[in-house]
Design a protein around this ligand. Sequence first.
Ligand SMILES: Nc1ncnc2c1ncn2[C@@H]1O[C@H](COP(=O)(O)OP(=O)(O)OP(=O)(O)O)[C@@H](O)[C@H]1O
Ligand SMILES: [Mg+2]
Length: 636
Amino acid sequence: MISNVVDLASSEDEEHENQTKRKKRTNNTETPVTESPLQSNSNHSLEFRSFWKAGAYDVGSTKSIHEQGQLEHARVHPKFLHSNATSHKWAFGAIAELLDNAVDEVCKGATFVKLDRISNPKDHNPALLFQDNGGGMDPEGLRQCMSLGYSMKAANTIGQYGNGFKTSTMRLGADVIVFTRKSQGSRATQSIGLLSYTFLRKTGQDDVIVPMIDFEISGDRTQPIMYSSLDDWSNNLRNILEWSPFTSDQELLQQFEDIGPHGTKIIVYNLWLNDDGLLELDFDHDEEDIRLRDEVNRDKSLKKRDRLLESHISYQIRFSLRAYVSILYLRKFKDFNIILRGKPVLQHHIVDDLKYLEQITYRPQLGKASKEVTVRAEIGFIKEAPHLRVSGFNIYHKNRLIRPFWKLINDHTSYGSGVVGVLEANFIEPAHDKQDFERSTLFLRLEMRLKQMCNDFWKSHCHLIGNYTVVNQQKKLSIRPFDENAANLQRELSADQPVIGLSANMQQGLHLDQPVVGLAANVQSLSNGNTVLGEPSNMSRNMSSVQPSSGLSAGVNKDVSVDTSGSSLVDQICEENIQLFMRCEEHRQKEIGLKQTIEDLERELEEMKRKCSQLSSHLESQRKLKTISQQNGKGR
Ligand SMILES: Nc1ncnc2c1ncn2[C@@H]1O[C@H](COP(=O)(O)OP(=O)(O)OP(=O)(O)O)[C@@H](O)[C@H]1O
Ligand SMILES: [Mg+2]
């Protein structure tokens, strides 16, 4: 697909169009002022600096594909580089791909990957640098890196599709230059490759052409490797110099000085801008981090600030690269560091934050032909539970985080709130952006099983943390089946009888807004004046004299009396409570589905109406034409 022969036929039309656009922008007083103002660059118009708009340029006439003696081959239009990169909705997902490539080099001796903001020497705009001291690439390796679908990686590496480098670099910026050096036995080489969307677009290419040059290193001498002719070599070099951040051969070669005997340096430049013309990545807010500007701003509009949530990793990973990278790999590296803007990223184990931790074994049904696999899920409550409503499973694949905090239980209830899990699922395949999994049967089964794990964990542990919000949900639901049980219970509870199985909150007084679950939830609603039991005042009086008791709650006073006669009733009520929440959940899902169907039908109806009116106007004009032609016929 890729050749390193460059046809420099520039598209004059497009250059003219760009000049016009540049003029327009100069006159436009609403041009946004960037926080990190981008240096003007005569080669680029801002219209093409926003990733989501960058694929919309006109394709000029294509060159003849059939040259004599040449075998036909499918070509890849430069636009495909862009559309391929749209698989990364999230810029951090793209950054993760480039870190993965460096992590995959650990087996070849890599001890670090550094990621930094540098300044493009040509226009002084920010650029992204990724540098590792892994095995590096030889000339053939670099060609594969720049091509689509080549991956020679072993089975235990993160990389497998041969696509990550292309999607990620093109998602972060319009252009990327790679410097790589490899030593293999007595042979050492270094290579430079340029994948430039700007170059391809501006020179009207209809195939992906990648200028590359290679050198052989022997001792202190560095010799160019020529494959065909000197002209060819010079053309490649000229294109690299014209479209890269570097203006001379010396500047290019200097880039190898800090690479060492082997390693790779990747510079992504002409970074994409957001809709406001600001860099998508924010380097200014925190000089030790890279933040996603729009994600941060999105939260500024939140009505009520929730400091506890804002400090939680599940929230921070949305906009802080340092936070995201801290949980990106499941196992801690022994001799490898990810250095973000000069400071190593501390790896963070989500499991370390969990309380009441449990391990659950899961055996996916892989089919008869496959070896049996056993995986271990770890599940617990976040330490901030029940005050923080964060939940979900973190699913890793071959050590790499694919789905962070995947919510398996609906958001809108407190049911399942605070339950967080971690699982490494190597038996399912990640999607190409490595932010989700392919929806295979195995995946769907896993999803069901994880839901069940969360449910079971919640059922058996929710009393340990109490539960604030079930109360509110309960009030909203005002569920009848509870009435009977609660009424029975009220009858059973006498002023001096000990109670078992209630939440720890019970002992603190049911009239308070304390977290309660199951039975306690019903009782709470009584004290709030709801008419479930009909005798709220008696109930609170009774409850106020209830002895603190144990059973379900771990947080309860130890020296309490236990009455086992009440436990089955409490369990039963808890179970019913849970079943009702599950049903509620099902109904909510159904409601979402129905709403979707209504929307689809409405859209269809609109479409039909549109077609109908088109047809009737067409019919009308046909009728008119017919009348005119009839009149003309009569006139003659
Ligand atoms: N930093 C690097 N050091 C050495 N080789 C690299 C580096 N980055 C990329 N490569 C080489 O380029 C190839 C293509 O990389 P790319 O990320 O596109 O695909 P991959 O990692 O093989 O698979 P995936 O699409 O799943 O990421 C890799 O297989 C590897 O051989
Ligand atoms: Mg990769």
